[in-house]
Design a protein around this ligand. Structure first.
Ligand SMILES: [Fe+2]
Ligand SMILES: [Fe+2]
Length: 279
């Protein structure tokens, strides 16, 4: 069973561990001359030189092939650029796929970890994982409806995949704890929330109100994910900090406020559903 608290060991990364070496190191940096001239401007020059080449990260397929991309309000939106929507849909698709895999790894972590105070159950993690997969399928279906190819890796999909690399590394590392992985997942859920909220606005702005409504439902579910993961991270961290009455109180407080957040998200979602049914 993997221990959740940070282990106390022979960490040699700090200078204070060796006062003599520390003094020598500081003396050396103060007395030595840099091996080459220049400052941060040099690296900026090299970067600029590469950028002048004009290379880009991939491309979006020509809109001509996207028959369904013609918006639900074509006349009002003449001149809009459909490649932006296609690019961002492809990005969300990539992220939801990664999210499903991140939660798969998180379940394994959970199985091997000791109980985390105020942490998730496996069932709760499986439920979120199923939501991520459903969201992946939703975006895939929308891309297909618009005449796109969901297997295309657009520039935004490529960039978000690179951005997510650190998260995958944290989740896949056998040494990381459940709590450390939940923190990585928190980063993912924060990005996911903003991603869906942007997609709702983008779908509306490009004349796809029906798609925007579908995305709004996904956003509500993502808000619930965020509230839950946030509560697990807060309660888990404070819980590990100590069994004192103050820590206990704080854990209870963190859980209570997170539960209130989740309840608010659920209430919003229910209210939205009942408004939909009335129409
Ligand atoms: Fe998601
Ligand atoms: Fe999520």
């Amino acid at each position: 069973m993997m221990k959740e608290s940070p282990s106390i060991g022979t960490n040699r990364t700090g200078m204070d561990l060796s006062p003599i070496d520390k003094k020598q190191l500081i003396d050396a940096t103060e007395s030595s001359i840099p091996s080459m001239a220049g400052d941060a401007g040099e690296i900026a020059d090299v970067r600029s030189e590469y950028m002048e080449g004009g290379a880009r990260v991939g491309s979006v397929p020509p809109p001509g092939k996207l028959k369904g991309i013609a918006s639900e309000m074509v006349d009002a939106l003449k001149g809009s650029n459909p490649s932006v929507l296609v690019d961002k849909l492809s990005e969300r698709l990539a992220f939801e796929r990664t999210g499903t895999r991140l939660y798969e790894a998180l379940v394994t972590k959970h199985q091997m970890a000791e109980p985390l105070p105020g942490g998730p159950t496996i069932e709760e993690l499986r439920k979120i994982q199923a939501d991520e997969l459903r969201h992946f399928e939703l975006v895939r279906d929308v891309i297909l409806r618009l005449g796109g190819d969901p297997t295309t890796v657009t520039p935004a999909a490529d960039v978000i995949a690179v951005t997510s690399l650190g998260l995958i590394q944290v989740l896949a590392d056998p040494r990381t704890t459940l709590l450390q992985c939940l923190e990585a997942i928190l980063t993912a859920e924060l990005v996911d929330n903003d991603g869906w909220s942007l997609l709702v606005r983008l779908a509306k702005a490009t004349g796809h109100p029906l798609i925007a409504t579908e995305f709004e439902s996904a956003l509500l579910v993502e808000e619930e994910h965020l509230a839950k993961v946030r509560s697990w991270v807060q309660a888990g961290t404070i819980g590990l900090a100590g069994p004192g009455p103050v820590a206990k109180e704080t854990v209870t407080g963190a859980v209570k406020s997170a539960v209130a957040d989740v309840a608010r998200s659920v209430a919003k979602s229910v209210a939205k559903d009942s408004t939909k049914k009335k129409h």
